[in-house]
Ligand binder design. Structure first.
Ligand SMILES: O=P(O)(O)OC[C@H]1O[C@@H](O)[C@H](O)[C@@H](O)[C@@H]1O
Length: 277
């Protein structure tokens, strides 16, 4: 499978596969891998790669009639432009792909990844989505950047920035509440936090590292760790790997869908930055 590597001026790198415009690695300028990919991941289309950043489009999860998380992550993109530190990949489904996905509308989805630094000198990764409705009727979209972060140990991790109300996907999206304070992990977590602030953090005490996730156009945030039982049920995920990863996914999920009119464009992005504490 074809992949592109981009490099920042400070030496950070990222790898993006054309299959799904799927980012599978972001190594900081100090040499730390920040993204989790399962050692059992299957690198064979149309299967989505387990880990990295699957692009969920035009549907998040099961919030619509399509297959789980939409079909962009199962489809091959083409590189439309590239510099040392940036790449843009595009996907325009063919009539056959639309038929197979049972989706009636033509669209183009562009995914860009750019590496840089912010004004504090921290490594940044900016990932943008730009979708254009190329059909003559409106259609609904939901979406997510399903980001798998690698962590020291899941019991050392806290997610801050979300409040304590969420939809619990382990209980048919029941409205639920946790203790106030950061999200911690001691069992399966599969939650949609609706309309969160746009800055969220993954605080990893074990690695003495905080990743800040700034999102735009993606009002919700999904937090997922499959824990032991679900891990065992996934063929492309090792039984113990749930201890070393967490997904924090900026999403247009329960706040959606958005109706995209003919020729209308929709933009969204996440900016990840990393600091060592
Ligand atoms: O196995 P998939 O389709 O990649 O999905 C992984 C997980 O993705 C998360 O976004 C969902 O909230 C979970 O319910 C789901 O299990």
């Amino acid at each position: 499978m074809e992949a592109v590597t981009v490099k920042s001026q400070t030496g950070a790198t990222a790898q993006i596969y054309t299959h799904g415009a799927h980012l599978t690695s972001w190594i900081s300028s100090s040499g730390e891998e920040l993204i989790f990919v399962s050692k059992k991941a299957i690198f064979k289309p149309p299967k989505a790669i387990r880990g990295g950043i699957p692009v969920c489009f035009p549907q998040f999860g099961k919030l619509g009639p399509l297959g789980q998380h939409g079909f962009a992550r199962n489809s091959t993109f083409t590189v439309s432009s590239q510099t040392d530190c940036s790449v843009t990949l595009k996907f325009r489904p063919t009539p056959e792909q639309l038929e197979e996905a049972k989706f009636a509308h033509r669209f183009e989805l562009a995914v860009s990844v750019t590496l840089g630094t912010n004004d504090r000198g921290e490594d940044t990764l900016t990932q943008t989505l730009e979708a254009t409705n190329m059909s003559d009727a409106a259609f609904d979209i939901t979406a997510a950047l399903h980001t798998y972060f690698t962590v020291s140990s899941i019991d050392q991790v806290q997610i801050t920035g979300v409040d304590n109300k969420f939809l619990d996907n382990t209980q048919d999206m029941k409205e639920s509440t946790s203790e106030p304070g950061p999200v911690t992990f001691s069992g399966e977590v599969d939650r949609i936090y609706v309309k969160t602030p746009d800055n969220l953090q993954i605080v990893d005490k074990g690695k003495r590292r905080t990743i800040t996730l700034h999102k735009e156009g993606l009002p919700d945030a999904v937090v997922w760790n499959p824990w032991a039982e679900k891990a065992k049920a996934m063929a492309d995920f090792d039984d113990e790997e749930y201890k070393g990863m967490v997904c924090l996914e900026p999403a247009l999920a329960a706040s959606g869908p958005i109706s995209l009119q003919p020729q209308q464009q929709w933009h969204a992005q996440q900016v990840l930055s990393v600091s060592n504490t």
